[in-house]
Design a protein around this ligand. Structure first.
Ligand code: FES
Length: 529
C-alpha cells in the first residue's frame, strides 16, 4: 500500500494544488456599508450576493480565506441531513419540515445556477444521496424517515442492498443531490466579489462590537471597521450580543480520509445511521476517482486519543474498499443547535443591524449558502418564506429546553470535573511531538514537547469561560469540551469562541516563555530526547 507524503499531516485534499488569492490585513480605521466577518462559504457567498445587489461590502477573516470548516468539509451538497425530516415533522410540524427541505434545495439550485453562470470548473456532479442502516432498528428508523419523505413530497425511495461490499438492512435515497470541490467553487465567488468592488482583509480578527449610531467592529490590531450592518459568519459567533449562543450550541469534531481504493468507487453519496457512523463519497484527485471516508464524530475535547479515530476509519476503508494509496487525512469541527436547525437571522429579537449564521451541524454547504441568501434578504429588507423557521430567536421549547438544560449541565460538569481531575503525569515522560495534561508544581497544566525537544507548558484553563482544555493528539491542539474553542500547542487561538490565547507558564532556561518561575524545575522538565 502506498502512502502520500501528506498522509501524516492533517490537511484536506481540497487544498492540494490550490492557491487562493491573498489579501492584506486591515491597517487603518475604515467605514463600509455591510461588514461580513468570516471567510468561509457563508461569508463569501453573503459578501458576493450583497455586492451583486449594489452594497459596499467589506469582508474580514481572522486567518486566511476558506481555512476553517468550509475548507475541511466532505463537500456533499444535499438536503439529506441524516435522519431529520421525521424528527422535524414531530417537533416543528409538517409545514416547517417541508420548508426545511425546500430551503436546502433552493441553496443547491442557487449553487448550480452560479456554477453555470460563471462556468465554474469545480467538479460539480449530480448524484443521489443515501442513508443506510446496518441494524433492524436502523431499518425501522429509515422506514419512518421514508414515510416523512412521502408526506413531504421528497423524491427518493428505499433499497435493500448497497452497491459496495457492505451488509445493509436498508437504504433510503434522496434524488438529485450533488458533490463538488469547495475551494475551486469559492475561489470563483471570491473573484466575482472582488470584481464587483468588494473589499477583503485577511489576518484581521474581529474581537468586539460596539452598537452605537453605527456599528463599530474592533480588530485585534486595534483598528475599527465601522458599518451600518454586520453579518457574523465566523463559525462560532465572535460576538454574542446577549444572544447566549455559547449555551445554545455544542461543538463536535469528525474525521475524514481520502484514499485511492482498490475496488471500484460506487456511484452516490452515503451516510450510515447506525454506530459507528460512516460517510462515503467519491472525489477526483489527479484525474483519478478517490474515496472520502468520514465519521468518528465526538464532542470537541471529549474524544479518546484522536489518532484512534483516523485508525478506525482506515480500518473501515481497508475492509470495505481496499486501500491502494493513503492520500490525506483531516478533521473538521461543526456546531449543532439545540433543535438541529441552524440559527440564521437577527442576533437578538428586533435587532435589524446585526445578523448571525451558525450551527450548520455537518451540512455547511447548503446551510451556508442558504444563510447567505436569507441574510441578504434581511439586509435588503426583503421577505422570505424561510426566515421564521431559521431565525435564532425562535422558541420551540420542545426539545430545545431539554437540550438547553442537558448541554449546560454538560458544560457545568466539564467545568467542575476538569478542575477536580487528579493528574499524575509529569512532562519528563513526554517524547518529541507529544502533548498531555500534566501535573506542574501541584497544578493541572498542559505540556507539549516540540520536534526540537523544547517543552511548552500552558495553563489549561480555557480563556472563554474557564473550562479545562484537553490535548488533541491528532491535530496537536488543545481543545475545549465546553464550547469547542481550540488552541495551538503554544496556546494561540485556532478556533473560537475564545479570543485570547491560553496563558503560557514560564520555564527556566527556555527564553521564549515568560518570566522564570524562580526555582528549579529540572525534575519536571526531564531529559529532552
Ligand atoms: Fe467555552 Fe472553552 S470554549 S469554556
Amino acid at each position: 500500500m502506498e502512502q502520500h507524503e501528506k498522509w501524516t499531516q492533517p490537511e484536506p485534499l481540497w487544498r492540494e494544488n490550490m492557491s487562493l488569492p491573498s489579501f492584506e490585513a486591515l491597517k487603518e480605521d475604515t467605514t463600509t456599508e455591510v461588514a461580513v466577518v468570516g471567510g468561509g462559504i457563508t461569508g463569501i457567498t453573503t459578501a458576493y450576493l450583497l455586492a451583486k445587489a449594489g452594497k459596499k461590502v467589506t469582508l474580514i477573516e481572522a486567518d486566511e480565506l476558506v481555512n476553517g470548516t468550509s475548507g475541511h468539509t466532505s463537500a456533499k451538497v444535499t438536503a439529506q441531513h441524516g435522519l431529520i425530516y421525521h424528527e422535524l415533522m414531530k417537533h416543528f410540524g409538517e409545514e416547517e419540515a417541508s420548508l426545511y427541505y425546500q430551503a436546502q434545495m433552493s441553496a443547491l439550485q442557487s449553487m448550480e445556477e452560479w456554477i453555470d453562470k460563471y462556468q465554474i470548473d469545480c467538479n460539480w456532479v449530480k448524484e443521489d444521496a443515501y442513508l443506510f442502516a446496518t441494524t433492524k432498528r436502523g431499518a425501522h428508523k429509515l422506514e419512518n424517515e421514508y414515510e416523512a419523505y412521502q408526506r413531504l413530497g421528497i423524491p427518493g425511495g428505499t433499497i435493500d442492498a448497497l452497491p459496495f461490499d457492505m451488509e445493509a438492512t436498508k437504504a433510503l435515497s434522496m434524488k438529485n443531490q450533488a458533490r463538488f470541490h469547495p475551494i475551486k467553487y469559492l475561489a470563483a465567488l471570491i473573484e466575482e466579489f472582488v470584481h464587483l468592488g468588494g473589499e477583503i482583509f485577511e489576518h484581521t480578527k474581529a474581537t468586539d462590537v460596539k452598537e452605537k449610531d453605527r456599528i463599530e467592529i474592533q480588530t485585534g490590531d486595534g483598528h475599527t471597521l465601522a458599518c451600518e450592518k454586520l453579518v457574523s459568519c465566523s463559525h462560532f459567533p465572535f460576538y454574542d450580543g446577549k444572544g447566549l449562543y455559547f449555551s445554545r450550541m455544542y461543538a463536535e469534531r469528525s474525521y475524514l480520509l481520502a484514499i485511492e481504493p482498490e475496488k471500484e468507487v460506487p456511484e452516490g453519496m452515503y451516510l450510515s445511521i447506525d454506530e459507528p457512523k460512516r460517510s462515503i463519497r467519491t472525489a477526483e484527485y489527479n484525474g483519478k476517482p478517490v474515496l472520502l471516508i468520514g465519521g468518528e464524530s465526538h464532542k470537541t475535547g471529549q474524544g479518546v486519543d484522536t489518532s484512534f479515530h483516523y485508525n478506525a476509519l482506515e480500518e473501515f476503508a481497508a475492509q470495505t474498499f481496499g486501500i491502494k494509496e493513503k492520500l490525506f487525512q483531516w478533521s473538521a469541527q461543526d456546531l449543532t443547535t439545540l433543535d438541529k436547525v441552524p440559527y440564521i437571522g437577527p442576533i437578538t429579537r428586533n435587532n435589524d443591524r446585526v445578523f448571525i449564521a451558525t450551527g450548520f451541524r455537518k451540512w455547511g454547504m447548503t446551510n451556508g449558502t442558504l444563510a447567505a441568501k436569507l441574510i441578504c434578504d434581511y439586509v435588503l429588507g426583503e421577505e422570505s418564506l424561510f426566515h421564521d423557521l431559521f431565525k435564532p430567536t425562535r422558541f420551540k421549547s420542545d426539545p430545545s429546553m431539554k437540550q438547553f438544560l442537558s448541554q449546560n449541565f454538560d458544560v457545568a460538569v466539564h467545568l467542575v470535573e476538569g478542575k477536580l481531575e487528579l493528574v499524575a503525569d509529569r512532562p519528563n515522560s513526554l517524547k518529541n511531538g507529544e502533548g498531555m495534561v500534566v501535573q506542574w508544581r501541584g497544578e493541572r497544566a498542559g505540556a507539549y514537547r516540540d520536534d526540537d525537544g523544547k517543552l511548552h507548558v500552558l495553563d489549561t484553563t480555557c480563556t472563554h469561560m474557564g473550562c479545562e482544555v484537553e490535548w488533541n493528539s491528532g491535530e496537536h491542539t488543545w481543545d475545549c469540551p465546553c464550547h469547542g474553542s481550540r488552541f495551538s500547542y503554544d496556546g494561540a487561538v485556532v478556533e473560537g469562541p475564545a479570543d485570547k490565547p491560553l496563558m503560557k507558564i514560564a520555564l527556566e532556561g527556555q527564553p521564549d516563555n515568560h518570566a522564570p518561575l524562580g526555582e528549579s524545575n529540572e525534575e519536571e522538565l526531564g531529559e529532552q530526547p
